[in-house]
Design a protein around this ligand. Structure first.
Ligand code: ADP
Ligand code: MG
Length: 510
């Protein structure tokens, strides 16, 4: 049997890792020898057919062929209406673009291992909701992967850390990547990982820091009598690469110079680190506020935080480290590799799933493998009619930050004779007003015919991946009528997933 891999499917970079027989997790290099692969796809059209190219080459093509390049598709996961239209005239859903990235990662892993790869654990931000988790699972399936589990990124990071150092105590994972910010507080003890609280911002990452530099450089070019670069799409795309390079330079040096050519003239813009920090201070402060909020909600003070893990490429920026260390009153752990920790943790989880399935021992652990207890990132509710007002209200069934797997039931009665089904509408969000929560899906649950007033129990469950299930119990016969997945509003149907799998497998992915 081939072994399961761990995949960090990132907004900007992805990585694949495996647990070696020695018990050491290790990142597998891609076909170009890189440990991380840009999550970027270039759709090259040949003879009316798309030959997608993934990774560094695709990223470099963003400036010359912006309309053929898809980046940051993770931000669109779970948005059912989103499509990328290639020049050959094919539309791709976010799940399909992600699947193309996953196929390249899978094939590179097979090349590195010299054996086929099918089973994988894929990571997602802790605050991903049901639709985005389901979309991630679908992307894996479309890519030909058997997704063993969808694992929270901070849990994966802590997993790699906890096992490296046999850490005990309260751990804060501060993950600032390319497109997302994610903060999670967890407790590790005796191999048990307990998530105490989590929050994040789906639209806050290195990309936003790049945007600030783009605006700054464009303003300086205009001051020097140049044109407005922001008016020219091709200039903006070219500037994005330069801004990102400048940002990375400012991580190690105090000043850098950006060279731009516009209207046939050369321009030089010097950027100082202190200036960069000034124009991005509000972004840094947003991460600070979210971090404080997670601690407050969990009732944990900074003095009680034992370890601080900095994950994500953007935590290399000196102001991030100093912010977090100032807040925590202690140094962040240095053993964590910001780019690899998530994939390494996913590989550990993948090996645990493998050993649970086969009964084989894992070299990494003496005795029992660690148990991971995560919490729900969203409240799960159901729309019910308030008997007093006759109005729809959202009733929370499983509150946010409940331990998963979580299961809770409500009881009800049929309202007409020979009723054939019960309709449930499942929501995510904290409000009692249905207008302020998101309906994730509904289901007509079939029941046998009874006179009206027959008692039923509806059980709502978040499984280990935080995917939602409903179970209906017929209390007259005292028997379960089955567990149902929702007809999800924001996701592909099973038929669409199968069709997408055929579509993606017919492509030649480079
Ligand atoms: P994601 O998890 O979102 O895919 P990563 O954790 O790989 O992202 O982080 C990618 C981000 O990190 C990019 O915005 C990149 O510009 C930034 N980054 C990488 N190295 C550095 C560095 N040395 N200094 C500043 N930012 C960096
Ligand atoms: Mg990441």
């Amino acid at each position: 049997m081939s072994r399961a891999v761990g995949i960090d499917l990132g907004t900007t970079y992805s990585a694949v890792a495996i647990l070696r027989d020695t018990g050491e997790p290790e990142v597998l290099p891609n076909r170009d020898g890189e440990n991380i692969t840009p999550s970027v796809v270039l759709f090259q059209a040949f003879d009316g057919r798309d030959d997608p190219l993934v990774g560094t080459m695709a990223k470099h093509s963003a400036a010359s062929a912006p309309e053929d390049v898809v980046q940051f598709v993770k931000r669109n996961m779970g948005e059912s209406a989103w499509r990328f239209n290639s020049t050959s005239g094919t539309a791709y859903a976010a799940e399909e673009v992600s699947a193309i990235i996953l196929r390249r990662l899978k094939e590179d892993a097979e090349l590195a291992l010299g054996e086929p790869v099918t089973d994988a654990v894929i990571t997602v931000p802790a605050y991903f909701d049901d639709a985005r988790r389901t979309a991630t699972r679908h992307a894996g399936k479309i890519a030909g992967l058997n997704v063993l589990r969808v694992l929270n990124e901070p849990t994966a990071a802590a997993l790699s850390f906890g096992l490296d150092t046999s850490a005990e105590g309260t751990v804060l994972v501060y993950d600032l990547g390319g497109g997302t910010f994610d903060v999670t507080l967890m407790r590790i003890s005796a191999g048990e990982f307990d998530v105490l609280g989590t929050d994040g911002d789906r639209n806050l990452g290195g990309f936003d820091f790049d945007n600030r530099l783009i605006e700054y450089i464009a303003a300086k070019v205009e001051e020097q009598g140049g044109p407005d670069l922001l008016d020219d799409n091709a200039q903006v795309v070219a500037l994005r690469e330069k801004a990102e390079m400048a940002k990375r330079s400012l991580t190690t040096v105090a000043t850098t110079t950006v060279h731009v050519s516009a209207d046939g003239r050369p321009f030089r813009v010097a950027v100082e680190r202190s200036e960069f920090e000034r124009i991005t201070a509000d972004l840094v402060n947003r991460t600070r506020d979210l971090t404080q909020h997670v601690l407050e909600e969990a009732g944990v003070s900074w003095g009680q935080v034992d370890h601080v893990l900095l994950v994500g490429g953007s935590t290399r920026m000196p102001m991030i480290r100093s912010l977090v260390e100032k807040l925590a009153g202690k140094a962040a752990d240095r053993s964590v590799h910001p780019d690899e920790a998530v994939a390494l943790g996913a590989a550990i989880q993948a090996a645990m799933e493998d050993s649970a399935a086969t009964g084989a021992d894992i070299a990494l652990f003496e005795g029992a493998a660690p148990v991971i207890a995560d919490v729900t990132s969203q409240s799960l509710g159901v729309i019910q009619v308030d008997p007093d007002t006759g109005r729809d209200v959202n009733t929370i069934v499983i509150p946010r930050n409940s331990k998963i797997p979580a299961k809770l039931s409500t009881e009800g009665y049929t309202v007409v004779d020979n009723q054939t089904s019960i309709n449930v509408q499942v929501t995510e969000g904290d409000d009692t007003n249905p207008d302020y929560v998101v309906e994730i899906g509904s289901k007509d649950l079939p029941i046998p015919p009874y006179p009206k007033g027959a008692p039923v129990r509806v059980t709502y469950a978040y499984d280990i991946d935080q995917t939602v299930f409903v179970e209906l119990t017929d209390l007259t016969a005292n028997k379960s009528l089955g567990t149902f997945t929702l007809d999800r509003l924001a996701n592909l149907t099973d038929d669409q997933v199968n069709a997408a799998a055929r579509k993606v497998s017919s492509l030649s992915v480079q």
